[in-house]
Design a protein around this ligand. Structure first.
Ligand SMILES: Cc1ncc(COP(=O)(O)O)c(C=O)c1O
Length: 412
């Protein structure tokens, strides 16, 4: 079979496994929400289950992915970076999708579901602004009203994306509570949804929140991993990459990538890279698997950074998209089973990764996947033996981060 390549139609693999009946991945997941939104979650679960097995829906979704979002995205072999690191690096190029990140895959699926459920309005939370831009884009395409909640700190550090959302016709609501970042944006979006659930779909942007979101978002992102597996086999003469690496905020690009490998490529080691912020010992980071404990937040049971009283601790990261104190429940489950490894890269290592990829490959990554690059640069020749093959998902492009990095790096 030919590997997916640009300009060819997207062919979706069959649906992946469902969580258990009440949306559990082992001990994690579930649906911890106010009574008033249970009917909307049940309606969404049923609409998604039916649609995801419906040929017409799947064709509409696949057509949007190819003709609007520009899929399949390529896997690029990085010769100069590989020479520099001593490992063979292949990048899955989600930065080349329309709107510049993997977030579009999920949003197009949820926009189709919104239409099927007869709703006219979407709301969303956003950190880096990429999910907000993707949602505003899909809303423009489908003629839906759109409101995006964004922490006030992120509004400032991702000003370009705020402007893009407004240009696309969305209302952007800055959130000033708490740390004024992604966690607080999710709080406000959920609060608003309780009030507007009859007419509004909450287009959640990662594999988190109450059931069915972690499952549904994983399924809309699994195209990343399913494509990458076939493309890697074509490049590696039928073999699978030894390591499959992706950065983790809530965990959607990683979960979408892992979904293509976890059962089909048992020899590939799956690695999620969390935000190490100022270093794990500093207490200022976003490493929810490395330093989190189980808790219930944002409608799900998962791992969260918490203090000794069980209060959620603010995350710290240079990158708005990884600045979240929790992780999606399926990742918590994979971590508990030892089926995936969770590592981290600090802010400084992410900035170094950002520069390294630009200089060696002419690709400017978003700060989020720059964490994965920075981690690989540290570990190549150490925990990742020289000569290994590594697939790394480049979840987005770096334009949105240019102003922030200009401030930090100054004159080059
Ligand atoms: C480019 C990019 N990568 C990764 C992330 C993190 O999200 P997730 O862990 O859901 O992939 C974001 C979030 O905004 C992003 O914009």
């Amino acid at each position: 079979m030919n590997a997916p390549s640009r300009g060819t139609a997207v062919e979706l693999d069959p649906p992946g496994p469902e969580p258990t009946t009440d949306g559990r991945f082992g001990d994690f997941g579930g649906r911890y929400v106010p009574e008033s939104i249970i009917p909307a979650l049940e309606e969404l679960e049923s609409a998604f289950r039916t649609s995801w097995h419906d040929d017409e829906f799947r064709l509409q979704y696949a057509t949007l992915l190819s003709e609007y979002a520009g899929r399949p995205t390529p896997v690029t072999e990085c010769h100069r970076l590989s020479d520099r690191l001593g490992v063979r690096v292949l990048l899955k190029r989600e930065d080349l999708t329309h709107t510049g990140s993997h977030k579009i895959n999920n949003v197009l699926g949820q926009a189709l579901l919104t239409r099927r459920m007869g709703k006219q309005r979407v709301i969303a939370e956003t950190g880096a602004g990429q999910h907000g831009v993707a949602t505003a884009t899909a809303a423009a395409l489908f003629g839906l009203d759109c409101t995006v909640y964004m922490g006030a700190v992120d509004v400032e550090r991702q000003a370009l994306n705020v402007w893009r959302m407004k240009l696309l016709g969305a209302e952007v609501v800055p959130v000033t509570s708490g740390s004024a970042t992604l966690k607080d944006a999710v709080n406000d979006a959920m609060r608003e949804w309780v009030a507007s659930v009859e007419t509004t779909h909450y287009c959640l942007g990662s594999v988190m929140g109450p059931h069915p979101f972690p499952w549904l978002v994983r399924e809309f992102q699994r195209v990343v991993g399913d494509e990458a597996r076939k493309q890697c086999r074509a490049i590696l003469n039928g073999k699978d990459p030894q390591y499959v690496v992706a950065c983790i905020g809530g965990g959607s690009n990683a979960m979408g990538t892992f979904a293509g490998f976890v059962t089909q490529c048992p020899d590939s080691v799956l690695i999620g890279v969390e935000a190490g912020g100022l270093g794990l010992e500093s207490g200022h980071h976003g490493a929810a698997v490395n330093r989190g404990v189980p808790g219930i937040v944002h409608g799900m049971r998962s791992l969260f950074l918490q203090d000794e009283h069980g209060q959620v601790v603010e995350a710290t990261s240079i990158s708005a998209g990884l600045d979240y104190p929790g992780i999606g429940p399926e990742h918590a489950h994979l971590a508990e089973l030892g089926m995936a490894r969770y590592e981290y890269a600090t802010d400084d290592e992410a900035v170094a990764g950002f520069q390294l990829l630009a200089e060696t490959e002419g690709i400017v990554p978003a700060l989020e996947p720059a964490h994965a690059i920075g981690w690989l640069a540290r570990e190549a020749g150490r925990s990742i033996p020289s000569g290994s093959t590594v697939l790394l998902t480049l979840s987005g492009r770096g334009d949105k981060d240019a102003a922030q990095l200009m401030d930090r790096l100054g004159e080059l």
